[in-house]
Design a protein around this ligand. Structure first.
Ligand SMILES: [Zn+2]
Ligand SMILES: [Zn+2]
Length: 247
């Protein structure tokens, strides 16, 4: 009852308009949604050069990563282009203006991309965690909302478990957005995560979920920690990837 009244008041005070065409009543209307394109191809997440099915490692990177053990991620799948179809605006409103309902169009874009690339289904989903302090400030973890949506919608008839208390962010880090250098980003995020109850992930195929990846340093660090706690294979699915020049 209370939530109905709250929705009514909010709708009257702050009517919702489609971010694309300003039609009232939707954040993203069906027509504008259908115009959002998923990325037609993925690149190898390690060298970021070769186009490769499902965002997996190219052959050379796979060999190098086996040898150096420097890339414990099987794939990074990027659903859409950051700059395309109002994606960056949606992500911004979702994250910083706390518009939780945007998890639906964003989640749908992720599902569409996942299906297009015929990715093998994971055993479990894990959202990239926020530090508890940041979670308190923001009130929700945007990656968790997306993972919940994916858990229910990734494949018809299957509810994928979403583990929220297994991968933990134990150390608060400087925002990766503030660091412009790839090496510094890797350093900044090192040791930020830990695995609680490793038996939950042992020998499991995991899909990591996040809204935006830039260098992939955060995803890579999560994967490293999960792998050393006994996970079998780790892939990642993000809405978009922000342009970043390595130097
Ligand atoms: Zn529209
Ligand atoms: Zn490669």
């Amino acid at each position: 009852m209370f939530s109905k009244i709250k929705t009514l008041i909010l709708d009257t005070l702050f009517p919702i308009y489609c971010l694309g065409c300003r039609q009232e009543g939707f954040w993203v209307c069906e027509e504008c949604f259908s115009q959002i394109e998923t990325l037609p191809f993925q690149v190898c997440p390690r060298c970021e050069k070769l186009i490769i099915e499902g965002g997996k490692l190219c052959l050379r990177c796979k060999q190098l990563s086996l040898k150096n053990k420097d890339f414990p991620l099987e794939a990074i799948m990027v659903s859409s282009q950051y700059a395309a179809g109002g994606i960056s605006k949606m992500i911004h409103l979702f994250k910083y203006n706390f518009i939780e309902d945007l998890k639906i169009p964003l989640g749908r874009i992720m599902v569409k991309s996942f299906i297009n690339h015929r990715i093998p289904l994971p055993d479990i989903l894990i959202p990239v965690p926020l530090h508890p302090r940041k979670l308190r400030q923001r009130g929700f973890n945007q990656s968790e909302l997306l993972a919940d949506f994916l858990g229910e919608n990734l494949a018809p008839g299957i509810n994928f478990p979403v583990l929220k208390n297994v991968l933990i962010r134990k150390r608060s880090t400087l925002s990766q957005m503030k660091i412009k250098n790839y090496r510094e980003r890797r350093k900044n995020i090192q040791g930020a995560f830990t695995v609680f109850q490793p038996e939950e992930i042992r020998r499991k195929n995991i899909l990591l979920v996040d809204d935006v990846a830039t260098t992939g340093a955060t995803l890579l660090e999560c994967a490293r920690v999960l792998k050393s706690a006994g996970a079998r294979k780790i892939s990642a699915l993000v809405v978009a990837r922000q342009e970043f020049k390595r130097f």
